[in-house]
Design a binder for this molecule. Sequence first.
Ligand code: C2O
Ligand code: CU
Ligand code: CU
Length: 493
Amino acid sequence: MTVKRREFLGTTLAGAGALLAGCGGGGGGGPAMGAPNAGFGVSLSQGQPLKVLSKLANASSEPGRFSATVTAAPASLPLVEGRATSLWLYDGLLPGPVVDVREGDHVRIALVNGLPLDTTIHWHGLPVPPDQDGNPMDPVRPGATRVYEFDVPAGTAGTYWYHPHAHGTTAEQVSMGLAAPFIVRAADDPLAQVPEVTMLVTGIRLGANGQVSPDGPMDFSVGRQDGQLLVNGGWLPVHAVRPGETQRWRILNATSARYLRLALDGHAFTLVGTDGGLLAAPVGPLAEILVAPAQRVELLVTASTTPGARFTLRALRHPIDAMGVGTYATEDLLTVATTAGTPAAATAVPASLRPIEPPGPAVAQKRLVLTQSGMGMMGGMFGFLINGRPFDMSRVDLVSTVGEVEDWDIVNDTLMDHPIHIHGTQFRLVSRESRGQVAAAPYAAWLDTVDVPAGTSATIRVRQGLAGKRMVHCHILEHEDAGMMAVLEVRPK
Ligand code: C2O
Ligand code: CU
Ligand code: CU
């Protein structure tokens, strides 16, 4: 099957490119739009059963210890008929192996860098000490091995992920296949009895030669435009479910830039968890849920009681700029197929999940203004800035104190949406402001990434628990690499 060119790559975004690049003059249709996709149209096999992700094996037999080695290296997979696609993978797997640990565990993971360039592993969302968190300041050279070691504290149960964070090449490394889930479990998980499925969404874009196509001008402006969205490494996989069964889906958005506004035909979601784990109480039923790049959700989904039926999980149409010009078209992700046989008994959903303690009043404020520099011509490298400056890892941009609660106003003065991520902690959304209207966060949830749509601002309440340098950045990886990243130094009290 030939993949049709997506709306996003066609005329709709041509105008946006001009807007975003700040060189609007004349004729909206930019010359470079869609150029990186010139060879588009390779076929991937589709419709395979949803892959159950492999777990990273624990080499330690001591209770409370997780010890393993993971290798980042080139590998080839037969994604396209008759061709081998060269990728960069963790342990040869697309996606990489799941780290599955318990609260209280001590984790020790050795990274072997078999790549031809510097890499790191960043433990996205976890409160890992800064020197163990795979910051761009701590590159692991080609051929080198680096041991990361940290504790997974009580209260952190949730769905996280790991990926490279090398200076300037994060987007490339992730688009080549380096990403994997990291799940932390609690001994008293109120949903432990509910069957669960992990679904890691990534994107892939292959050229006519069957190889991953490099980022082009369009990708550098709005973030990488993937050819296909993959779930657990498969294109449009089929997930078989017993009719009437309730499952807990851990969905991770590990794409470079793709906003996933998820909906499942004929079904509603109950939201039970976000980036940092369970909510205080279930939220729903929801017809759809937006999962910005880097975010995760935990959903309860009760399958239709009709045996032998098929339903599509989709990423719905979603605009990513103020003008509504840059818009992701609706795209299918996965088929849910109910099996034959008698429906499963209904699962009772607990009315409360776990306490979410209020963080207390803020003792300091910060303001982060997101802008873009208009220096680039169409398709040129233009800058995405935080407080007027592009990333410089030798500079400290923001200073906080261990344990202090702060309110941050994140103001998006650009023409497109940015998912802003802070390392090392989970924060709370307090409110959002748009055109002078302030809306309080509808429910308490732990986040490490907050979407800040163009022309709006978000206020978050954040506290860092460990001293050292943390990254704050847009998780559209091309924006991060282009400079939309700041260094937060957390000082001891
Ligand atoms: Cu997902 Cu700076 O990271
Ligand atoms: Cu992170
Ligand atoms: Cu961005």
